[in-house]
Design a protein around this ligand. Structure first.
Ligand code: IMP
Ligand code: MG
Length: 176
């Protein structure tokens, strides 16, 4: 079991069981909202890859997926400039789009992606995040589906990294 990353101790925040229960609820809710709409889920790499994989497997009708990749937290806990490193490969015009990310923090990254997706004229566009750090928000953006809301602290695990490590830890931990 991994209990530290680069010498920093990890404190359990959500166990894998708790996460999977909540993800199942989100999947059911999204499934009810999008049945018959042929939705496309766009995962934000790399942090959302495990969340997206678990989420779409709770949906009992065919869906499509695509990915975008941004860079913001480059190495460690300090944010740097946002850049689009990888764009979607499927046309989004007229599609029902659900953007899926790991964490909504200041909202800067999400705003950048939202502007881009909105400009592609989707039929509808909603945001799903596993973790909402709403107290740190700096721009006006509201997620439509939220797994958990947390107040502060830097977290890792379940796809979420600290300096590119910790993504393979099954639960979510606070990095001390
Ligand atoms: P925002 O632009 O400040 O909203 O940053 C959101 C992105 O920063 C998330 O998608 C994460 O990739 C990253 N991030 C924010 N908080 C954390 C954290 O506690 N651990 C790891 N990554 C984080
Ligand atoms: Mg991210």
């Amino acid at each position: 079991m991994i209990n530290e990353i680069r010498g920093r101790k990890l404190k359990l925040l959500y166990s894998q069981d708790e996460i999977l229960k909540r993800v199942a609820q989100l999947g059911t809710q999204i499934g009810e909202d999008y049945r018959g709409k042929n939705p496309i889920f766009i995962g934000v790499l790399k942090g959302a890859f495990i969340f997206l994989a678990d989420l779409i497997r709770r949906i009992d009708f065919p869906v499509q997926i695509d990915f975008v990749r941004m860079s913001s937290y480059k190495d460690g806990m300090e944010p740097s400039n946002i850049e689009l490193i990888m764009d979607t490969s499927m046309p989004l015009m007229g599609r029902h789009v659900i953007l899926v990310d790991d964490i909504l923090d200041t909202g800067n990254t999400m705003t950048f992606i939202c502007d881009k997706i909105s400009s592609m004229c989707p039929a509808s566009f909603k945001i799903c995040v596993l973790i909402d750090k709403r107290e740190r928000r700096r721009v006006n953006i509201e997620p439509d589906y939220v797994g958990f809301e947390i107040k502060e602290g830097f977290i890792a695990g379940y796809g979420i990294d600290w300096a590119e490590e910790g993504r393979n830890i099954p639960g979510i931990y606070v990095v001390d």
